[in-house]
Design a protein around this ligand. Structure first.
Ligand code: SAM
Length: 171
């Protein structure tokens, strides 16, 4: 779910030994637009595979690492299962993975305020300041439907991967 590749600059800056990143997304149009608008100067470091990660032919044991940012929340449980199986299959032995997602902080005292921010403030800010963009229009709804990544972490564990689940509220 590489999308706009928001994580690539950070990865390449932090880990200069990364020779190339392979972006995987179901939409080649999304990728082409992202490359054009945001990544033209690092195009030599970005390869692309158009692929549905829920029915994927990505080669087994082909990836040194797998990274996904904010691609989990729109999938349901069966789809998370397919994705966990894929991550375990494509990683090389000793490879690593990292995924991050917006959650619904159930039980947290500031939950209502936080959900107000996700569902109302963020979409309004982007409408006003990003020329009517709607990228975050559904983020609150998707996040509450998703819950949190602990269930997905369990699936990764069951797929045989050593998995650590971390929360990033308050940093
Ligand atoms: C919310 S974006 C993820 C954000 C992204 N990491 C970024 O930096 O912009 C979701 C992306 O997942 C892609 N996607 C959705 N379903 C997919 C699937 N089954 N297989 C591969 N990519 C998928 C969409 O095309 C979209 O680019």
């Amino acid at each position: 779910m590489a999308g706009t590749g928001e994580v690539w600059p950070h990865l390449l800056r932090r880990l200069p030994q990364i020779a190339s990143i392979t972006a995987v997304d179901i939409s080649s149009g999304m990728h082409a637009r992202a490359m054009d608008r945001l990544h033209a100067h690092r195009a030599h470091k970005i390869a692309f595979i158009e692929d549905d990660v829920l029915a994927s032919d990505l080669p087994t044991e082909s990836a040194d690492f797998v990274v996904s940012t904010f691609g989990l929340k729109t999938f349901n449980t069966a789809q998370h299962q397919a994705l966990a199986t894929l991550v375990a299959r494509v990683l090389k032995p000793g490879g690593s993975f990292s995924m991050i997602e917006a959650s619904d902080p159930k039980g947290w005292s500031l939950r209502r305020l936080y959900l107000f921010h996700l569902k109302r403030v963020l979409p309004m800010v982007e409408r006003l300041f990003l020329r009517g963009a709607q990228d975050f229009a559904m983020i609150g709804t998707y996040s509450t439907n998703f819950g949190d990544a602990s269930g997905f972490a369990d699936m990764l564990r069951k797929a045989g991967l050593e998995t650590e689940y971390r929360r990033f509220f308050f940093g």
